[in-house]
Write a protein that binds this ligand. Structure first.
Ligand code: GUN
Length: 284
């Protein structure tokens, strides 16, 4: 293996310490910093992700409130749980774990979160702020990827980034963020997806490739320009084994690469903590 590892555990650890200092200041001044999470249904990976988010919070002194609704919860019940957290002054920020069970209108659920308490940066008001370049909470995985690349001094500004996938939580907001005139971004961005005819030839143009499709092994070494940075952000599961969108032998040609575990995941969680503290700091 020749590629340098993009070590998310290490970078996230540093960020957690910074966020922890801000949490301590808030608590010392008598402010509430609690994160409220809402999980619907019985999706194993989602349950594990939420449990990890709570453990991260506990580690740096952020309390968490959790509501777990059953798989048959209605749209109305989910929105009622969100409203309760919106109105609770002890809850500073809120996260609704995605995906929601089939039949639930995700857009309506995300709209119900008070944008000032949006820990995920996925409320349409906050996505709108991202489009406008106005300050606000950024979606966690895209923000985490930008920080991970910057921490490893991967050249992004002025370079060509290919984002594979156009989903709400990663691909779409990441493409917007990377194209913005801001440090660690300012890139030419191409988004490829299942509707694109010759994905491989476009991916091969990328100085940085971010795979966020959720298709195991989608990115092969033949698709990567030698020396490019490759970020595996999409995940899928084989039983309890986490699979990456990036085939293992891509590390033979890449200049930088995320490990299968400990790359983007810890960065996403660190960015959630950052958004949670930002919301708490801005509470009246
Ligand atoms: N499920 C997968 N990624 C995410 C995320 O960034 N936020 C939430 N709420 N759910 C997710």
């Amino acid at each position: 293996m020749s590629a340098e590892l993009l070590d998310g555990e290490k970078v996230a650890g540093r960020m957690k310490m910074e966020v922890g200092d801000r949490v301590a200041r808030l608590i010392a001044s008598g402010r509430s910093v609690a994160l409220g999470t809402i999980l619907v249904g019985e999706d194993g990976p989602s349950e594990r992700y939420v449990a990890m988010k709570h453990a991260d919070c506990a580690e740096i002194g952020i309390e968490s409130a959790h509501v777990h609704l059953g798989p048959s919860a209605t749209q109305k019940e989910i929105i009622a749980a969100i409203s309760t957290m919106n109105d609770d002054p002890a809850v500073a920020s809120i996260l609704v774990q995605l995906p929601l069970p089939e039949g639930i209108n995700e857009e309506e659920v995300l709209l119900a979160v008070d944008p000032a308490k949006d820990a995920d940066g996925l409320h349409p008001v906050n996505l709108g702020k991202l489009v406008m370049g106005a300050p606000g909470p950024l979606p966690c995985t895209p923000a985490g990827i930008v920080e991970l690349l910057a921490a490893h001094k991967v050249p992004v500004e002025g370079k060509h980034v290919v984002v594979i996938g156009r989903g709400l939580t990663i691909g779409r907001p990441l493409a917007l963020l990377l194209a913005m005139r801001r440090p660690g971004c300012n890139a030419a961005v191409t988004v490829v997806h299942t509707g694109v005819d010759d994905m491989a030839s476009l991916v091969r143009e990328g100085d940085v490739v971010v795979a966020a499709a959720g298709v195991a092994g989608l990115v092969t070494k033949e698709m990567i320009k030698p020396g490019a940075a490759v970020v595996g952000a999409g995940t899928s599961w084989e039983g309890k084994r986490l699979l990456s969108d990036v085939a293992e032998d891509v590390s033979d040609v890449a200049g930088w690469i995320t490990p299968r575990i400990g790359g983007v995941g810890p960065m996403t969680r660190a960015m959630l903590l950052r958004n949670a503290v930002l919301a708490a700091e801005r509470l009246p």
